[in-house]
Ligand binder design. Sequence first.
Ligand code: ZN
Length: 324
Amino acid sequence: MIGTEQSTTAPAAGAPAARDAIVGIDIGGTKISGLIVDDDGTVLARGSVAAPASLGGNAMADAAAALALDLVTRASVRLIAVGVGAAGVVDHSTGTIRAASATFVDWAGFPLADALAERLSVPVSVENDVNAFLLGEVAADRRADDDVLGVMLGTGVGGAVIIDGDLRHGPHGAAGEIGHTPGYSDLVCTCGQVGHLETLASGTSIARRYEALGGDPVTDARAVAERARAGDPRAVTAFEAAGRAVALACASAATLLDLPRAIVGGGVSEAWDLLEPAISDALRTDSPVSGLPLEIAPAKLGADAVAFGAIEAVRRTLVSVTAR
Ligand SMILES: [Zn+2]
């Protein structure tokens, strides 16, 4: 979704003072999206702008801050905090980006939380985008999972894990990076190593795998999905390979950490009908050895998950400050 969408709730003339609100922002390589929700999770305002990733961190912060202010104006709320889900390895305690792909100029080392706090004069928390995705999905489910794995199948493959109710960040902020675990194929990964989960399960990999099996050139996994549904066996095979690899990765993580549930999101998960048969087959033969059932389910929030989760991350911080 590019452009902005008008809020459906306009304040009445002479309305009481604006209520407090947190803005959630999702910063990716091609676009920056944001939203404001009320306490019931109803979206009050939503919008997105192109991400100036090639222009450096300050340009990204300018764009994100302008989007946040636009949303606040349209929703007629008072901004009290901003939550951000950002691509890259994030130091969530300082809100600084630790590492990022080459798409992002001057992003690694950029103090994103400070830069946004300076522009907006409110507290800002920054999470890795896949961590935020998982927080958003779990909060939306209202199931309050204490232990759950998140896997995001997009251009690449990301992962996140909640243990004992909290996100596990790890000493370097890189916990949950299941996309770059080895042993799934003999293909070269985007990171330069061989056989990672990402070589079979990312959208890019599904498209390349389809072509390697003899399919015509395709732009993305969505095109492969259309062909699979039309009966092209090479397209079906590419999705089967992805589904099986995702299930094995989830089973490994679940066995290691005693996780009862995994949530699979990202654009590729929209083809759940094509992934699910191979996931179910793999769970029948390679379920966690504990014998405890592992549920692998598709994400529900779609493109909103990261911004929702960024808001949830702020809420958790506020609760921990005010309740203790
Ligand atoms: Zn890799």
